[in-house]
Ligand binder design. Structure first.
Ligand code: PNS
Length: 168
């Protein structure tokens, strides 16, 4: 039986932490669908299409790339999971501070769709402090992003924040 998981998130932008989780997930699942949340009532730096494009670029050379699909979605995650006939949601937990939010979200999703379960994976401990918001903060102030995101993402962030700063 082929097993598929949804890996939902904002991915604004994808980080080395996400990529580490994805690689781990490809060892556990035949297929992982990265579901990029758009219209998520959150201000994002990159549009949905830009986020998908960056993810696809980052997957470029990975040996496990063929196991990954990247999609945008808006609406309730469990509706998208049902539409794709997937009953596993995959999320990363980096530290205790993630737990409360993840616990609430997993139990809410379970209440809405009892047949869909959430599985948590931990990234490499060297990456546990990386978050998209920290990455954006560093990018805003022109810091070194090389250990946080792949070069293609760093370039896109630098370009984005250069425009932002020019507008301010
Ligand atoms: O990367 P993020 O921002 O932590 O991802 C959060 C995401 C996109 C997974 C979550 O906000 C989500 O599932 N949004 C879709 C709307 C939904 O289904 N909400 C109910 C779950 S509480």
């Amino acid at each position: 039986m082929s097993k598929t998981a949804l890996f939902p998130g904002s991915f604004d932008p994808i980080t080395n932490g996400h990529l580490d989780l994805l690689e781990r997930a490809t060892k556990l699942f035949d297929k992982v669908i990265i579901t990029v949340a758009v219209n998520n009532r959150k201000d994002s730096v990159f549009t949905g299409s830009e986020r998908v494009h960056l993810i696809e670029k980052c997957l470029g050379e990975k040996s496990w790339k063929s196991q990954i699909e990247v999609e945008k979605f808006s609406g309730l995650l469990i509706d998208y999971a049902k539409k794709r006939d997937v009953n596993v949601l995959l999320r990363g937990v980096r530290q205790i501070s993630d737990f409360e939010y993840e616990f609430r979200m997993a139990l809410t999703n379970r209440r809405l769709a009892p047949d869909i379960d959430t599985i948590f994976l931990m990234p490499d401990e060297q990456l546990t402090f990386i978050s998209a918001s920290i990455v954006k903060e560093i990018a805003y102030w022109g810091g070194d992003l090389s250990s946080f995101v792949p070069p293609i993402v760093a370039d896109a962030l630098i370009e984005k924040f250069r425009h932002k700063r020019e507008q301010e």
